[in-house]
Design a protein. Structure first.
Length: 65
């Protein structure tokens, strides 16, 4: 089963997002090193699927289409 998502959220908002919604949750690496909240490598490798939609503008600074 796949749960495809948009993967191109600006990495700069991830540490704030994690602190706001998941405070105290242990991370596998520092929040500043996390570039995506979801790993889509399996669906991409197995099906070739790539996201076409852009995330909400507030999460995408700067975004390029």
């Amino acid at each position: 089963m796949y749960l495809p998502v948009v993967s191109n959220v600006a990495a700069s908002v991830i540490p704030d997002f994690l602190q706001t919604f998941y405070p105290g949750i242990p991370l596998k690496k520092p929040a500043e090193q996390i570039t995506s909240l979801v790993d889509i490598s399996t669906i991409t490798a197995q099906t070739g699927w790539q996201p076409r939609d852009l995330p909400h503008p507030a999460l995408c600074k700067p975004c390029t289409a």
